[in-house]
Design a protein around this ligand. Structure first.
Ligand code: SF4
Length: 235
């Protein structure tokens, strides 16, 4: 089966135009009705029952590297490989935020605050006047919410991950800020996926049956694909 990149990109362009039409006010109303307050439990950042994988896009990685003087390999690592090619190189899509060997995010502190957090209230105020987004990755700054196209749905819907803060009262201002972030995150995700696919040209012939099964990748060369192209990492 040949993967059709052009079809996939055109599908994503349609999704992007749907995402662009989302009403912040409507989303904010929905968020208020669901309710949320961060309980500072740190569960979403630590290894535990929930998956704490944080996918990072190239601009997010650069932001963290620049702000903290960190090297790429200190901030992130390849995501789980998806394909192995004829030369035995494993191929991944996107990067994930680095975790300690115990599975906890490297930026979570003993008091459950995030080293990337940087005075959330102040940022919330400034976000209205700034381009770009805070240092915290999109996934973290919008958790436990995300937008997704449910099967067959023409427009994205608000989804909620497991979190003990869901259902607590949320004020309108916080809901509006979160709605803006959610919409910006979805647009960034779709844009990144289009960029990645456009750089993937030439790899259309990978067969689903050759998907990597996850038996570990020590000793392999890894190719990480993102919207900036392909980065090789040798063990
Ligand atoms: S970057 Fe911060 S908010 Fe995101 S998982 Fe790590 S500690 Fe948690």
């Amino acid at each position: 089966m040949r993967f059709n990149i052009l079809d996939a990109v055109s599908d994503l362009e349609i999704k992007k135009s749907m995402a662009d039409k989302l009403s912040i006010n409507e989303m904010a109303k929905q968020l208020v009705s669901i309710g949320f307050e961060c309980m500072m439990c740190g569960e979403c950042c630590r290894a535990g029952s929930a998956d704490n994988t944080v996918i990072l896009f190239p601009d997010e990685i650069r932001l963290i590297m620049d702000a903290h003087g960190m090297a790429l390999e200190d901030v992130c690592e390849p995501s789980i490989p998806q394909f192995i090619d004829d030369s035995g190189i494993l191929h991944c899509f996107e990067w994930v935020l680095k975790r300690h060997s115990n599975g906890n995010c490297i930026f979570i502190q003993a008091d459950n605050t995030c080293m990337l957090y940087q005075q959330r209230q102040e940022q919330r105020h400034q976000q209205k006047h700034q381009q770009g987004h805070q240092q915290r990755p999109w996934i973290c700054s919008t958790y436990p919410f995300f937008l997704a196209f449910a099967d067959g749905a023409a427009k994205p819907e608000i989804m909620v991950s497991e979190c003990r803060g869901v259902g607590r009262p949320m004020n309108e201002e916080d809901a509006l800020t979160l709605a803006e972030l959610l919409k910006a995150r979805l647009l960034a995700e779709i844009t990144e996926e289009i960029g990645l696919l456009e750089k993937l040209k030439g790899f259309e012939d990978w067969e689903p049956t050759r998907f990597y099964s996850g038996q570990g990748y020590q000793g392999y060369t890894i190719a990480v694909h993102d919207s900036c192209g392909m980065t090789y990492i040798t063990d």
